[in-house]
Design a protein around this ligand. Sequence first.
Ligand code: ADP
Ligand code: MG
Length: 472
Amino acid sequence: MSDQESWSKVKERLRAEVGDDVYSSWFARMDLEAIEEGGVRLSVPTRFLKSWIQSHYAERVLACWQAENEKIIRVELIVRSAVLRSAVQAKPKDLEPAIGRFASHNGNGNGRPLLIGDGNGHESLGGSPLDARLSFETFVVGRSNTLAHAAAKQVAAAKRSDPVMFNPLYIHSGVGLGKTHLLQAITWAGNAAGERKMLYLTAEKFMYGFVSALRTQTALAFKETLRGIGVLVIDDLQFLQGKSTQAEFCHTLNALIDAGRQVVIASDRPPSELESLDDRVRSRLAGGLVVEMGPLGEELRFEILKARVQAARAHHPAFDVPLPVLGYIAKTVTHNGRDLEGALNRLLAHNKLTGQSVTLEMAEREVRDLIRPQEPKRVKIEDIQRVVARQYNVSRSDLLSSRRTANVVRPRQVAMYLAKTLTLRSLPEIGRRFGGRDHTTVLHAVRKIEGLVGNDMALAEEIEILKRQLQE
Ligand code: ADP
Ligand code: MG
């Protein structure tokens, strides 16, 4: 088995053990770097993820590896850095002042981040690190983000004495469309203006701070800390989980808004779709200004690419990307800003490592897998059966069997329904794939589920979640 195959299995195992929510919050961005004698090296994109995984899931991760390969006795976790990022931005050492600068604006006056907990530096509630590149200067404005950009600018420039215009400012969009960029731009600009204390936190960091504060019984101090903030910026709100965290989030939100402090939030969905939050929080979130950012249009993608190449050239004067190549990438690579960055990273890496100049042929070869698929991902019936079986805690062979106990019948019907709605397979074909059943049985199952989802909210939601999983 190849290393990547073992890694896929380990991830599957981990996902099955911790559940999809936890998995996607903490492990989705974990990559395999190397398998060596007796150990594996994994990487994550941020120091925060690293320390969280180390303190909460280290043994789990090791156990999952050992289940695949008993020779593994050690798992090392590192923070990876992107080629372009390290090239353009800085050596890791130079990154510290950026974080320090942020901390000194928010902290206790001696340049240290806001500390909370048992005094051991690990238990700290500082702001999440900021990326120096994510500023208003580097944010390209286009049709899809004009309003969000204008609102962000307004919030960043507001004076302490100004009345708060919209609170909270809630920005949502699909992944990679610039939410984090905009939120960090607000934080940088607000800090530079020095008017109000800005605190930028990922929802992960919010949870982490709160959870550790609870553990060390300084929840009160934690609240005080947050209430001392002029502008609270929370990124990726959809990751906020757990009843107590949400209750705390609700208090914090209310306390800040009632005190006339600005709150800025980003999420991958509108407030109405944050299913796990209670109604009052949702309506509070929807009560400010809710702005959606649409997909990056081709023109905007082109402008972003141009700006990126320009920035990269400051450190790599020889890195020259002909405009037709940029045009090609803007046209073909997905709407997602991260893939644009990925595409340029590859060209830069290729250019640096081989010394070849960037051509259209090189671009075609290097970015092939980032090209926007013409149609949505094809879902396979086996995947449906696997995912449904896991969801309902039955085996795949139960789904194919002729057993008629209730705990198998419903999942089987759901799986057939999903097979009909997510694939192009015919009813007879689906019947065959479900243990050789008749097409009328499939039809019955599809109608049954269609009828139920109209009335049964819980089932409808389950099915939505299954669909989302399958289409990701
Ligand atoms: P999100 O938080 O919505 O998932 P990010 O803010 O992380 O997205 O953006 C992904 C990448 O795309 C980042 O590198 C970001 O700088 C870039 N990007 C997205 N929108 C823009 C924009 N309008 N101008 C410049 N860069 C952008
Ligand atoms: Mg983001």
